[in-house]
Design a protein around this ligand. Structure first.
Ligand code: LIP
Length: 276
């Protein structure tokens, strides 16, 4: 691992800002969360809290790491003068947050290189779940942890024994294609779980609470921190057809089963949308 960067210092910054943001998310949640805006569809919602948390992350990171870049789900985009860029999702699992379901997280990662899954190296990551206080962390080459417990992915005997997490997009055409792919996957696995936060899906994989994960349509901020946590817990994380993980497809899991799931998804054309 390149020792140019102090990954432990980057992790401490990631943890500090994720926990502070998580406290704002938790303590500031109104009884009735209002939708402030929508994005790719009327169901792709942004709350006032998403915007407020990204503002807090932007302000804190500018103070703690002057000159670093920033890429955030709610519009933050600052070029890096230091080589490090922070890739943040203020609330990953916004619909769960809107409904008061616990599976949502603050996701913070420090990367070097372009802040794109095809070009970046993720150096440090923190995924914090405000609803129950779980905090997942990882550094490049330093392992993945849930609080003080080192994480290792499960090694299920077969795909049919595997509990598989996935997620769905917000556009109707994308969702109909994902439903078709599900008909190929569901009969061949133990069961499916749709938790609603990609960052937490990847962390649950790292913790052995699901065996595999796949999803089409992830943005860099959905993926960055969970990618490092899962990788440092021993997961292989990729796209399909030899490509890196990213918007087309992200597949994560232990070696052979990861490859078996990729083969199944490639045969099902899971990295494409139905023709309009
Ligand atoms: C969410 C992703 C999740 C996906 C959801 C949603 P958001 O991100 O983390 O994997 O299935 O549809 O996109 O929009 O809540 O930050």
């Amino acid at each position: 691992m390149d020792d140019t960067w102090d990954v432990d210092e980057l992790l401490e910054v990631a943890r500090a800002v994720a926990l502070e943001a998580g406290e704002l998310v938790r303590s500031g949640r109104p009884d009735r969360v209002e939708v402030a805006a929508t994005k790719s569809s009327a169901q792709d919602v942004v709350t006032e809290m998403d915007v407020a948390v990204e503002r807090l992350l932007r302000e804190r990171l500018a103070l703690l790491r002057p000159g670093d870049g920033l890429l955030g789900e709610e519009g933050s985009s600052t070029a890096s003068a230091t080589g490090v860029t922070w890739v943040v999702d203020p609330i990953d699992g916004t619909v769960n947050y809107l409904y008061g379901l616990p599976s949502y997280s603050v996701s913070v990662a420090a990367v070097v290189g372009e802040p794109d899954p095809s070009a970046w190296t993720v150096l440090a990551a923190c995924v914090h779940a405000p609803a129950d206080g779980r905090t997942y962390t990882a550094t490049a080459g330093g392992g993945a942890y849930l609080e003080g417990r080192r994480l290792t992915v499960n090694q299920p005997a077969s795909l049919l024994d595997s509990l598989v997490a996935t997620g769905f997009g917000y556009r109707v055409d994308r969702r109909s294609g994902q439903a078709r792919v599900l008909t190929h996957v569901l009969p061949r696995v133990r069961d499916i779980r749709r938790l609603g936060s990609a960052a937490l899906d990847l962390c649950e994989l790292a913790a052995g609470r699901v065996d595999l994960y796949y999803e089409r349509g992830l943005s860099p901020w959905d993926l960055a921190a969970g990618l490092l946590v899962a990788t440092e817990a021993g997961a292989r994380v990729s796209g399909l057809r030899g490509l890196p993980p990213g918007a087309a497809m992200t597949v994560a899991g232990p070696g052979e089963l990861h490859a078996e799931l990729c083969t199944l998804l490639e045969a099902a054309g899971a990295d494409t949308d139905p023709a309009q």
